[in-house]
Design a protein around this ligand. Structure first.
Ligand code: ZN
Ligand code: FE
Ligand code: FE
Ligand code: ZN
Length: 273
């Protein structure tokens, strides 16, 4: 390899899935090879967490598949780069504490992402239900979503909030002034909790055409010293590390100088590459 083809130094990729969630493709080995190809030196699998209540069972492993998930991830933890960590993406919804409360702290996770994918029974980021967007009050939806994020923070069950402004996925954005008014109290809440948020590059692959969160939200988060991680939300090998160069630049433009490295649910600030 000559100098021209040496990969850039990129942040760790802390958000990716396996076929256990029923809507991903490729082997974990292929995910690892893809990360290596991009020059990513550390990655964490964060597949969708089981939910024995039956909540959204089409998009997650069952509880009895958890040992298989751990085996899959651990089988990649060898001498070869990149380093592999074990995490989970758990859904927050009212009542999730009854299972997640005892479950999450008892697991050997390095990182727990907390995500909101539903407002009541509406999977607002699911293309199958996007028609609902035509009949809702936009600002009302964002208010409800942010109230759920605040409640997510209050559970203290999660380390990092996944795709912070996910409702914009299909392009349903608020104007900057309205967003600022709604999001600042939420960010104050996150800041007091010590939680992080992720720069999730999958937004660049969606209709909205920008990462989660937006540059506006990211700079407001930086003002509040809310730490960040980076995640591709890869559901296929080719998505691992996707747009990480752009994400790094976005973080720097928002004012960030460091991101969190996670080990056993503890985040440590390390300088950005
Ligand atoms: Zn998924
Ligand atoms: Fe998610
Ligand atoms: Fe995800
Ligand atoms: Zn996700």
């Amino acid at each position: 390899m000559n100098n021209d083809t040496l990969p850039l130094r990129l942040p760790a990729d802390y958000h990716m899935h396996t076929t256990l969630c029923k809507h991903a493709e490729g082997t974990p080995q292929e995910f690892k090879q893809a990360a290596l190809k991009h020059g990513i030196r550390e990655m964490c699998f964060t597949d969708h967490c089981p939910e024995p209540s039956g909540y959204d069972s089409k998009h997650r492993m069952s509880l009895d598949e958890i040992p298989a998930y751990y085996d899959l991830v651990r089988s990649l933890q060898d001498e070869a780069q990149p380093a592999i960590f074990l995490g989970i993406e758990a859904d927050f919804f009212p009542g999730c504490e009854s299972f997640l409360g005892p479950f999450l702290p008892a697991q050997p996770f390095d990182l727990v992402l907390g995500s909101v994918h539903y407002i009541k029974d509406w999977g607002f980021d699911n293309p199958d239900y996007r028609k609902t967007w035509e009949s809702v009050d936009l600002k009302g939806v964002w208010k409800e979503y942010f109230n759920l994020l605040k409640a997510l923070v209050d559970t203290r069950l999660f380390d990092v909030i996944g795709h912070f402004d996910l409702p914009k996925k299909f392009g349903h954005r608020l104007r900057d002034a309205a967003m600022k008014e709604l999001v600042q109290p939420v960010l104050d809440h996150v800041s007091k909790s010590g939680m992080g948020i992720e720069i999730n590059t999958s937004g660049w692959r969606r209709e909205v055409g920008e990462a989660y969160p937006s540059p506006l939200i990211l700079s407001l988060a930086c003002e509040r010293a809310i730490p960040i991680t980076f995640g591709s939300d890869a559901h296929a090998p080719k998505e691992v590390g996707c747009d990480f160069g752009k994400a790094l630049q976005l973080a720097k433009e928002a004012g960030y100088r460091d991101s969190l490295q996670f080990r056993a649910r503890t985040g440590t600030r390390i300088p950005l590459p």
